[in-house]
Design a protein around this ligand. Structure first.
Ligand SMILES: [Zn+2]
Length: 479
């Protein structure tokens, strides 16, 4: 039986909860830092950068020790449940030490381990509370660093950037594995978010962060599409064997992308550059069908169900118009003006192969007509021209006539200008170029799982959904 005296004694020896989080010998640690800063202040050849470096390095040890203590307290408070399925764990044993890589260096934490009968796996109960991945021992902040840097640059560069900026050394291999794991998590989340959009209940329930403010007045939703190709190594280590069998291993594959935004979100930056204030992005290596479903869900988030009008702008590729008819049947369609003008330029060069000035003089009036909604007149002119030609020139012009005929309903550039709508899919093309800066570097080969995972991360960030993957990164001022 506990006496009153014992309770009183207990309360006097219970440590102050804040003190339990302080590093060992904080005054000594801080004095050590102050000494190095003091030395740096007195060194004539050292500037503010040296001071920043000293504080970053010295501060890490203070923060690392506090983090280790706090992480241990969190781990100790974890209920004995499976971090994956919440099932009660059995055969619990304590004291399993693990080393976790954090943004302040390595920490050691003891966790309780138990068996999950549902997952049929040994699990650590604290992993959900700590935010540790199933494979690997990187803290959430390190997982985020990996995701952010590796989706932007090759892993060897990422290793150097992380070490310089964050002062923490993480190997390129670890960064690569951690980034891919985060990318796969992003893909799973994307699938769940997109699935929600397919039912009215799901749309109503979707995360409030994703409920974009839609205007009450009528608006036009613009959707632009484009594709680019990525180099993958399909048959790792088997290229020679494939060639011996007479098969050329395939290398290049299409990545498909789309963007959607309200027309009135188009604006100009202070420097006069066209910009879009708010837009949704989709990018995938999963084929046209994957693009179709992802783009539809993104367009729904951006107001597809409430838009007064939907306008689809793209280059002349056949897959785009099939997708448009299938998933966006009510949308107006426009073929990119620049692509059409390239086809007219091709005719101009056929007619005037040696004379650029004559080619320009021939094409200019036709481009002017196109911009005045006179595409039918342009086609008629080309048909008449074709009738007067023979041989290869006639064939070349016929090819372009066919192209223009197939898009005759999609060349309303006069109307586009009057309504302030985009004449082309430049916004999406520049987005594709930005993705290519990461995914199409000399000497790079990808695997489909690797590129899809990293592309998904990049798209999550662009869509403002980074905090869904890394809740600690949410801006506290927004909540
Ligand atoms: Zn489980």
């Amino acid at each position: 039986m506990t006496t009153t005296l014992e309770v009183a004694l207990e309360s006097t020896i219970t440590p102050d909860p804040l003190t339990t989080l302080l590093p060992a010998e904080p005054p000594a640690l801080l004095r050590g830092m102050a000494r190095r800063v003091h030395d740096s202040v007195r060194a004539a050849d050292q500037n503010l950068g040296h001071l920043e470096e000293e504080l970053l390095r010295g501060g890490h040890e203070v923060l690392r020790q506090m983090l280790e203590k706090a992480a241990q307290q969190k781990a100790d408070a974890a209920p004995p449940l499976c971090p994956h399925c919440q099932n009660k764990l059995s055969r619990l044993t304590g004291g399993h030490f693990t080393t976790i890589q954090t943004r302040f260096g390595s920490i050691r934490v003891q966790r309780v381990r138990g068996y999950c009968r549902r997952c049929r796996k040994w699990r650590f109960a604290a992993d959900a509370l700590l935010g540790l991945p199933e494979e690997g021992t990187q803290s959430p902040a390190v997982q985020e660093m990996a995701a952010l840097t590796v989706s932007k640059m090759p892993v060897t560069e990422a290793e150097q950037v992380v070490e310089r900026l964050a002062g923490v050394k993480i190997s390129a291999g670890t960064l690569g594995r951690a980034a891919r794991a985060q990318g796969q998590r992003a893909q799973e989340q994307r699938a769940q978010l997109d699935k929600k959009m397919s039912t009215p209940e799901g749309r109503a329930q979707q995360d409030p962060d994703l409920q974009l403010q839609l205007p009450l007045e009528p608006f036009t939703l613009v959707i632009e599409l484009d594709a680019w190709n990525i180099r993958e190594r399909d048959d790792w280590g088997q290229s020679a064997a494939r060639r011996a069998q007479g098969e050329e291993p395939s290398r290049w594959h299409w990545a498909y992308g789309g963007t959607c935004f309200r027309l009135n979100q188009r604006a100009q930056s202070a420097g006069g550059r066209p910009t879009i204030l708010s837009r949704g992005y989709v990018m995938t290596r999963g084929g046209v069908d994957a693009l179709k479903e992802q783009l539809w869900a993104e367009a729904m988030r951006r107001g597809l169900g409430r838009a007064n009008e939907v306008l689809l702008v793209a280059d002349g590729a056949v897959w785009i118009w099939n997708l448009a008819g299938d998933r966006f049947p009510g949308a107006r369609q426009r073929v990119d003006f620049y692509h059409v003008s390239q086809h007219l330029w091709a005719v101009a060069h056929t007619l005037h192969p040696e004379d650029p000035a004559a080619a320009r003089a021939w094409v200019q009036p036709l481009l002017t007509k196109l911009k005045a909604d006179e595409s039918c007149a342009v086609i008629t002119e080309l048909e008449q021209l074709q009738g007067r030609l023979e041989g290869a020139s006639a064939e070349a012009v016929q090819k372009e006539v066919n192209y223009l005929q197939s898009h005759r309903e999609r060349m309303d550039y006069g109307t586009a200008q009057q309504k302030g709508e985009p004449l082309g899919s430049g916004a999406m093309e520049s987005t594709c170029r930005q993705y290519q800066c990461r995914f199409k570097r000399p000497g790079q080969f990808w695997s489909q799982t690797g590129d899809e995972a990293l592309m998904c991360l990049e798209t999550f960030r662009r869509n403002g959904r980074w905090h869904l993957l890394f809740p600690h990164s949410a801006d506290p001022c927004k909540n």
